[in-house]
Ligand binder design. Sequence first.
Ligand SMILES: Nc1ncnc2c1ncn2[C@@H]1O[C@H](COP(=O)(O)OP(=O)(O)OP(=O)(O)O)[C@@H](O)[C@H]1O
Ligand SMILES: [Mg+2]
Length: 331
Amino acid sequence: MSTPSLKSIVVPQVLDAALRPVHWDDYVGQKQVKANVRIAIDAAKKRGGMPEHFLFYGPPGVGKTTLAHLVATTLDAPLKSTSGVAIERAADLAAILTNLDPGTVLFIDEIHRLSHKIEELLYPALEGSHLDIVLGKGPSARTVELALPSFTLVGATTRVAELSGPLRSRFGGGIYQLDFYTDDDLRDIIRRSAQVLGLTAPEEVIERIAARSRATPRVANALLKRVRDFSEVRERALTAALCDEACKLFGIDSLGLTKDDRRYLETLMNGFHGGPAGVRALVAALHEDVDTVEHVYEPYLLRLGFIERSPRGRILTPAGREYLNGDTLPI
Ligand SMILES: Nc1ncnc2c1ncn2[C@@H]1O[C@H](COP(=O)(O)OP(=O)(O)OP(=O)(O)O)[C@@H](O)[C@H]1O
Ligand SMILES: [Mg+2]
């Protein structure tokens, strides 16, 4: 069996890391969030302390993790990253918190995945920098209070609604929604990424990729890299025509929709007469899981105005029908 070349192992990660902004100036858009977070950080720095805890929420790929890294960099603080799924037991949380260097930014991704038990343990840690740990069981059980180093928690989630009220109320630094990006912002991101990747991308190509990026920076960067691969393999320059050809091959249309999105819309139209369709029935017809449908397909279809969520279920809008009938933007 041949071993993959070092280049193929190392380069993708190196490039991904290279595309992630490490300066505020390169973090495009989300102006209000940026301004608010920076005020909280600058105020804390002036006081010589740590800012209060932050929560970032929004769809996948819109820059939550990137922002957490920027918070740590700006504070010149070490960053410890973990995830709500990884902290299962009280001992996991205790191990993480007691081992933090003072002044660390603790990033908990998918924070909605923390169990209630862990959340409750976390409350005093977020308020008073201590942890109440129960030792032993039954009548001989006793609680010990562990002092913790100072830290700032940055939580990130795609599902803010699943966070309990008490946990939400402990993000004194603010709860910020990171939203989908405008076309202008996406173009700026793609222009910068093309530069980092050493590509000469004409404005037409940048526009096309932006329009097909589902309003999401991660999708924009991924598509840019796929189109770059296509141009390298075909040994052709990066032009608008080449970009269209590549997207056709990838099955991505002029709005960034794929065959999965179309299947969703077609199922809603043909299987449910355009709705309302209860999410469970729709999910069963698509052979998908509720999670993927609600968090991967639907947010962008909602944003395009192709579907609506009503109390009685999902509805295909007139714009959605028009799209399926091919009256809008061809591929
Ligand atoms: N505001 C931005 N400006 C420039 N590039 C961005 C921005 N936001 C995100 N990106 C790019 O998109 C990529 C994905 O962003 P990131 O990993 O921060 O998203 P996320 O919201 O944490 O996603 P997930 O919910 O899947 O964890 C980054 O590596 C970065 O290259
Ligand atoms: Mg992330």
